[in-house]
Every structure is written in structure tokens, then in C-alpha cells.
Design a protein around this ligand. Structure first.
Ligand code: ATP
Length: 707
């Protein structure tokens, strides 16, 4: 029999099983819709218990239906033939037949682990592992690994090779894809690492760190749903572009309880995308900024009244600038939170004024309480208090650093003179353009230093929750939406996550570790990163210290990934050459896929560069089906974006910093030599050069850059 006929027969065998699975899926979907409808009908019963039951039923049925829909495509992707003679199918979700026998095992279930972990050296009871490729409901291919040839029955057929490579060669879409069908053993170890403590995953470019982190989140939700869905999982990535790119993975894994945030949007109210220069970011990210901010948080308000004069029953009561300064300092002992001790400051003002009035023997002076309420009734006095000690927002205080003399006085003795000079001007655009990504961690720090003004108790957001039991919402659709919202609704500045995932962790500054740490005090963690890709140019020891402090004494489990699945070997060779110039002994991952297409380096004149970049980008549009990343040094973003304006949406313009974590089929990298201006720049260039799966073109006015 020819190989093709064998393959066709094996495909037909798998198609039979896949057909059974989809038929069963259709039944389950029908059941879920029916349950949802019946839930609505319970409304007629009208008792309290029935209402609650109805809501729960409608909600769960809707959720189940949604999950069944989401996992439809490529539902079954693996098969294990075991030593025991049993066969297991592995897929995106577990499905049983109506007699409760499993038709498909969920990829995260212990029974599926052997699919990822078995090797010929350690077959774990698996004789043959089969990968099943399909398009919609049709099986298009199978690929086998014979793991235990001696145990294989005579008639067992083994077909194909290279399922992983086939999946890697597919064109890249806008969002990241899940890799459930092809997770490799070393990745699986990290994905299934113990749920507690800190899981640390390192590896070079393209080794699947992000994929592992996200699949781990899905695995944790599966293995202990109540703990991780209840508490929630926070996933932190470097930029908004990146968060958008990975957002497609978690829903396709069927999980919606994870919050995805960039470092610029971790603090509610901000969605920063502006970046500081590396030098400025290193200072703003240093832990020493905490002292600088603490001083700012205790300083006098710019433009605040410098004295108080009050005519009280014919007597002038007066507090001089020195009095006011003394009172402010006394109310603000070191460590005091300004918004929280506002009342103490006001009490001291009243005390001083009262003492003056008494010493001046004001005629008809009432009791102190009465005196205070008389003053508090006066508009001029209230205006004074509001101006002298307003409620502070972190933003208001951070803006004070734009004033050079204030910056100097807060930073005096904490930052060096050069550092102060470097910072100068870096807060100028804060008030008009909003914070940079590094500023957001400073705002979070200030939020802690200033404390929160006492707030009136908020009304419960939960429409079910009223004093005596239940509150009916107008329509059933409302109630259903409310039931769903209630499952995932967390306050804006939620801090009790059960798990925190930090991607591209090599770029998290010490101040940013504090910001993330505040949100993961009770969490277990997964940290993934690659030190060789860091753009951080500050003190590495300080970075380690801050990270260790955020992670605390939790047990560490470390994993290293060694295979680069993204880049063709030809492309990674160029990236490797660049990073070796500053880290000659760095162990690098091996790139498993060759395209036979060498990267191209194009020289251009300054005048010719715009046109050349556009032409090279158009050429890539013709050569690859997926996305094309046009990457450039940060300051040249707008200029280069103009050169490629109007090209199809597949062309995406990102700076070398925004390219972190991203992946494109083709990359056109503009002016590489202007990125590699210092060691941090060389590491950033290494990142930019390792983004492409198929084609890499570099173009610039300094052709000798890669020697
Ligand atoms: N086991 C696998 N099967 C199929 N594709 C994989 C596998 N592991 C990783 N990939 C693919 O390789 C590419 C790189 O993965 P990922 O972005 O997670 O790497 P990374 O280590 O985070 O990279 P970087 O550090 O460069 O940002 C992605 O397209 C991912 O889907």
C-alpha cells in the first residue's frame, strides 16, 4: 500500500472519531440552549428561590454554550495509544458521551499530560502519540511519534513527521495563537509547575515564554478553578501593543477571568504609552525615587497662602509663614500620609488660633468647640484651609517635579547632580500629555505615600444586593448580564489577585516591581523573561533586589527554555551575532526551522531612505501572507510611520521598544545602528532583530553596522 493511501486511511479513522465528537458537541449545545430557555421560564414561578435558581441556571447555561462555541475549531488535536491498549483523544476541552465515557480529554487534565511529556526515552506508557490536524470539522492530516516501538502491535501504523514544524511555518495573524496542540516537553514542565510559590521561566527569543505563561494561566484556572477564577489572574506585559497581541490567546483557551494590563495601564485611570529615554527611565525606575517622592508629598503647596489673617470679634488673629510651616511639619511626621492626616493639620490650626484668641482676651470668647464651629462657618477661613491643605491627587504632586527648584530640593542628596540634570524637563509634558509609562509607577507610589482621603461608603455595585435580600432588576436580560458581571466584577484598583503573571519581566524597573507587588501580595506568581533582552540601563543589583522583595519568601521553581520556535535559523543567526558583541558567552537557544532565505541588509542615502523603506515594505507585502513589522528607533516613529502610511493593515509600525514580545512574518528594521548606541541599545536591537518568522530586511544610512 502506498504511503498516501495509508495516510488517507488513517485520516478517515480519525475523522470518524471527530465526527462523533462534533455530533456530541451539537447535543450538548442544544442542551445548554434548552437549559437557558428553561431558566427564563422559571420566572413565572415568582418565588425568591426560583428567581435565584433561574439566574444561576441561565448564567451557567450561557457560559457553557459560550465555551462550546469558543472551542469549536480544531477541537480534537491529539491521540494517545497506550500500553494498556486504551486510546485517549486530547482536545481543547473535555467531552463525554452520553454514557459518561470520555470522548476527548481536556489538554490540561492529568490524563493528557503524557501527550506533552512522553519521549522515546521515557514513554510514560504511551506507545504512539498522534497529532491530528484539522480545518473546521474536517481532519486534514495526522502526524505520529512512535515512542515505544517494542510495545507497538503489528498492525499499528505510523505516519508523517514534523507536525510542529508545519505549525510553525503558518503565517502570523494580528494576534498570538495558542499552541495547545504542539506544546513541547520543556514548556509543559513550566506550564504544569506547582500552583504555589513563584515559577520563573527564562529563555532566549522565541522560546515560547509568553506562550508558556498564558497556557500556564489557563492550566491554573483549570486545575483549581475556584481559587484562580475567584481571586483572578493578573497578566502584566510591557506595552499596550503587546497586550493587544496576546489578548487573543486567553479567550481562545476558554478563560475570561484574567486581567491583561500593560505597565502603563496597571494603575486605574491611566493608559500611558509615552516612553522616556533610557537614561531618564533608569532614574525614574530607581528605588531612590521613593525618597524624592516622599519629600514632595510633604512639601508646601505651590501658590498656597503664606499667612492667615482673620478678624475675629474685633481682634486680628494671625498665623505667619513660619507658623504655617511649623504646623505643617508637626502634622506631617515622617511616614505620615498627607491625605489621611489632613484633619490633624486643621486641628493644629484651630489650636493655635484658639490660643491666640485666649491670650488676646477676646471679649465674649465662647467655648473652644463653639469657637471652632464659628470659624468653620466662615467662607474666608474655609477657603484658606482648602488652599493651604487641599486633597492631593498623585498627579498633582508629581507635576511639582516639573519645577526645577522643587526637583532639586526633593532630589538633593538622593540623586546625583548629573541625574537631577537628566531628569530636568522630563516632567514638563506631564500636565498636558499625561504620564509616561515610567511615571505610572511613580503615581502609584505617590498614591501610597499620600494615602486616600476618607470616603463615604460606596453603594454596593451588585444589583442583587440590597439590605434585605434581593432586588429585582427590570428585565431578565438585565439579570443575566448582572449575574455575569457579578462573577467577574472587581473594584477598579483590585489588589487581591490569586496569581500574577509578569511577561517580559527583564524590563520591569524596581519602582514597577513595587507597583506590581502591591497587587500580588497574596498571589502565587509566574515570571517570564530574558535578561539578554532588557532595555534597563540602571543598576542591575537594584533591579534584582526590588524583584526579590516583590516576590518575598515564596518558594522559587525555575525553568529554562532552549529552543527558538519563532525565527528561521537564518534570521536568528543575525540576531545572535549582534548580542554576542556584548555578551560573548551567553547561551543561546537553537532555532529549529530553516527557510533557506537569508536576511537582507540594504544601504540607503539620507534622502533616499523614505522611498527605500516604503519599497522594501511593499516587497514584503508581496512575499509574505501575514503581518509585516516596520521597526525603528523610538524617536523616529512618526517620521517612519509617514513613509509607510496608507499601506494595508498587515503593515504594523512599532518602535524598537514596542516590538518587545511581538512577532511578525516579515520585519523591515530601519536604521539599526541608531538603536545600538549603547549596551542597552544593543540588547534592544537584539529584540528587534528576533521578531520575524520568515523574512528580515535591515535598512539604514550606516551600512557597516553589522560587522
Ligand atoms: N510548542 C510550540 N508549538 C508551536 N508554536 C510554538 C511553540 N512554542 C512557541 N511557539 C511559537 O513561537 C513563537 C514565539 O513564542 P513566544 O512569543 O511565546 O516566545 P517568547 O519566548 O516569549 O519570545 P520573546 O522573548 O522573543 O518575546 C510564537 O509564535 C509561538 O506561538
Amino acid at each position: 500500500m502506498s504511503d498516501t493511501t495509508i495516510l488517507e486511511q488513517e485520516i478517515a479513522i480519525e475523522q470518524q472519531h471527530v465526527d462523533r465528537v462534533y455530533a456530541r458537541l451539537a447535543d450538548l449545545r442544544r442542551d445548554a440552549s434548552r437549559a437557558e430557555k428553561e431558566g427564563y421560564q422559571l420566572a413565572g414561578v415568582g418565588t425568591f428561590g426560583a428567581l435565584v435558581e433561574r439566574d444561576a441556571m441561565v448564567f451557567h447555561a450561557a457560559r457553557r454554550r459560550h465555551a462550546l462555541d469558543a472551542e469549536h475549531e480544531g477541537l480534537v488535536f491529539g491521540r494517545l495509544d497506550l500500553l494498556t491498549g486504551a486510546t485517549h483523544y486530547v482536545g481543547r476541552m473535555g467531552i463525554r458521551d452520553d454514557g459518561s465515557k470520555p470522548l476527548v480529554v481536556d489538554w490540561r487534565a492529568p490524563a493528557a499530560a503524557a501527550f506533552y511529556r512522553a519521549t522515546p526515552a521515557e514513554p510514560l506508557g504511551v506507545v504512539r502519540r498522534r497529532m491530528i490536524q484539522s480545518t473546521r470539522e474536517r481532519v486534514t492530516g495526522v502526524e505520529d511519534d512512535l515512542l515505544d516501538p517494542e510495545a507497538a502491535p503489528e498492525d499499528m501504523r505510523v505516519v508523517g513527521d514534523g507536525a510542529l514544524l508545519a505549525s510553525l511555518a503558518k503565517a502570523t495573524g494580528r494576534g498570538m495563537r495558542d499552541i495547545v496542540a504542539t506544546i513541547q516537553r520543556e514548556q509543559d514542565d513550566a506550564i504544569r509547575s506547582p500552583a504555589g510559590g513563584v515559577t520563573i521561566v527564562t529563555g532566549g527569543p522565541g522560546t515560547g515564554k509568553t506562550a508558556v505563561a498564558l497556557h500556564r494561566a489557563a492550566y491554573l484556572l483549570y486545575s483549581d478553578r475556584s481559587r484562580f477564577a475567584g481571586g483572578g489572574i493578573l497578566v502584566v506585559g510591557p506595552s499596550g501593543v503587546f497586550v493587544e497581541y496576546i489578548a487573543t490567546v486567553l479567550p481562545s483557551l476558554g478563560e475570561e477571568t484574567a486581567s491583561l494590563r500593560s505597565l502603563g495601564s496597571l494603575v486605574p485611570g491611566w493608559d500611558a504609552t509615552r516612553v522616556d529615554s533610557g537614561e531618564v527611565a533608569a532614574i525614574k525606575g530607581s528605588l531612590r525615587m521613593r525618597r524624592v517622592l516622599e519629600r514632595a508629598s510633604h512639601d508646601a503647596v505651590p501658590g498656597a497662602p503664606t499667612e492667615l489673617r482673620l478678624l475675629y470679634r474685633g481682634t486680628l488673629l494671625r498665623l505667619t509663614a513660619a507658623d504655617l510651616e511649623r504646623i505643617r511639619r508637626a502634622a506631617l511626621q515622617r511616614g505620615a500620609r498627607r491625605n489621611e492626616v489632613r484633619g490633624h493639620g486643621f486641628d493644629r490650626i484651630f489650636n493655635d488660633l484658639w490660643a491666640q484668641a485666649r491670650d488676646a482676651r477676646v471679649s465674649g470668647l465662647p467655648e473652644k468647640k463653639e469657637f471652632e464651629s464659628e470659624l468653620a462657618d466662615r467662607n474666608d477661613f474655609r477657603d484658606f484651609l482648602k488652599a493651604w491643605w487641599p486633597r492631593f491627587t498623585p498627579m498633582r504632586v508629581l507635576c511639582w517635579l516639573a519645577d526645577p527648584s522643587r526637583l532639586r530640593s526633593y532630589a538633593n542628596g538622593v540623586l546625583s547632580r548629573d541625574e537631577i540634570a537628566t531628569l530636568q524637563g522630563s516632567f514638563d509634558a506631564l500636565a498636558t500629555e499625561g504620564p509616561t509609562i515610567s511615571d505610572v509607577a511613580l503615581l502609584d507610589e505617590l498614591d501610597e505615600l499620600l494615602g486616600r482621603p476618607r470616603q463615604a461608603q460606596k453603594k454596593s455595585k451588585n444589583p442583587f444586593h440590597v439590605r434585605d435580600g434581593i432586588q429585582e432588576v427590570s428585565t431578565f436580560a438585565d439579570r443575566q448580564a448582572a449575574a455575569r458581571a457579578q462573577q467577574v466584577q472587581r473594584e477598579d484598583d483590585y489588589r487581591d489577585y490569586a496569581h500574577v503573571v509578569v511577561d517580559e519581566s527583564q524590563d520591569v524597573s524596581p519602582m514597577q516591581w513595587r507597583m506590581i507587588g502591591r497587587r500580588g501580595q497574596y498571589a502565587s506568581w509566574t515570571i517570564v523573561g530574558d535578561p539578554a533582552q532588557t532595555a534597563w540601563s540602571g543598576d542591575p543589583a537594584e533591579l534584582d533586589r526590588a524583584r526579590e522583595r516583590a516576590l518575598g519568601s515564596r518558594k522559587r521553581n525555575a525553568y529554562a527554555l532552549t529552543t527558538n520556535y519563532r525565527n528561521s535559523s537564518e534570521i536568528f543567526e543575525v540576531a545572535a551575532k549582534v548580542i554576542r558583541t556584548i555578551m560573548p558567552d551567553l547561551p543561546l537557544p537553537s532555532a529549529v526551522r530553516s527557510t533557506g532565505v537569508a536576511p537582507v541588509d540594504v544601504a540607503a542615502t539620507v534622502e533616499g531612505l523614505p522611498e527605500t523603506v516604503r519599497e522594501l515594505t511593499e516587497k514584503q507585502l508581496a512575499e509574505v501572507d501575514g503581518t509585516i513589522g516596520v521597526i525603528m528607533p523610538v524617536p523616529r516613529r512618526d517620521e517612519v510611520a509617514g513613509w509607510v502610511a496608507g499601506l494595508p493593515e498587515r503593515v504594523q509600525v512599532v518602535t524598537a521598544l514596542e516590538a518587545k514580545g511581538m512577532e511578525y512574518d516579515a520585519v523591515v528594521l530601519v536604521e539599526p545602528s541608531q538603536i545600538a548606541i549603547d549596551p542597552a541599545g544593543v540588547r534592544t536591537l537584539y529584540v528587534a532583530l528576533s521578531r520575524a518568522t520568515q523574512r528580515l530586511t535591515t535598512v539604514g544610512t550606516n551600512p557597516g553596522w553589522l560587522r
